[in-house]
Design a protein around this ligand. Sequence first.
Ligand code: C2E
Ligand code: CA
Ligand code: CA
Ligand code: CA
Length: 279
Amino acid sequence: AKELGKANFQFYTADMNAAVEERLAIKNGLLRAIELDELALHFQPKQDLNTGAITGVEALLRWNAADLGVVSPAKFIPVMEESGLMGRIGEWAIDAACRQYRSWTDRSMMAPRIAINLSVRQLRAPGFVEMVERILHRCGIGPEALEFEITEGMVAKDTKNAVALLNRLSDMGIRLSMDDFGTGTSSLSVIRIFPVDSIKIDRAFIADLGTDPDSAAITRTIISMGHSLRRRIIAEGVETKDQLDALRDMGCDEIQGYVLAPPLPAAELERVLMTLGNG
Ligand code: C2E
Ligand code: CA
Ligand code: CA
Ligand code: CA
């Protein structure tokens, strides 16, 4: 038994080393990702369940590294956060989104509002709000171009400061939405103090909608609670027609997910918007 324990331990440390090495490779790759033009934004549409209109798109970072190949956000976003690269790459993402929006308006296309995911560190970095103003100004577009998706965790510490920053963005005319709602601990009270326009129900609840009565009950509760607080409710990760129908019955305002479209490069998104009758 002693021998086995030792062997297991060696396995364990070998796995740990592999994980550490992978993170290091990701970090080193990310350092050059902007210069090597390896980053891209993909865009996933959101649809109004009542009117069928496309209400906006969520921008999602994609990284195709020269040596590592396509790395999923689940792997590289945490490394970005820990290694202090979130600021630089986050700024790149906001700039890329604004340039994309400008390109749509330049071509007289329907330009859907672009939602960008925001991390706590990004929001709290000195000069963040000014940086956003500068990018909008440089691209010659207004605040109606942008939305930020934030999470409950953002107010966990130093709440006053975070809320003040969010209020400045909201006062500028940038929309805010509460992402991954229902997965945190502070759910209800957080909506009272956050200046968010909409709430996105986490896709874990949507995935279990047809099979788990509790997930359906939570979804229904978030929709009715959100509506009484005058927020729009968006369901994310909607994959099937059954889920879509259930959400419509529950009075959900908007959906996002594979049932409508996956996250797509801009050119492909433009084709989808055309077929959905919004082009
Ligand atoms: P998120 O903000 O919750 O984004 C939604 C995720 O669900 C995306 O994963 C999207 O591709 C995926 N998804 C969309 N529709 C469906 C569906 O119908 N079914 C399923 N199973 N999944 C669906 P992705 O692109 O891998 O991004 C993962 C996370 O990485 C995002 O979760 C977000 O937290 C983070 N992320 C991505 N881009 C950025 C960024 O530019 N900045 C920051 N701070 N975080 C980002
Ligand atoms: Ca999001
Ligand atoms: Ca989400
Ligand atoms: Ca998520």
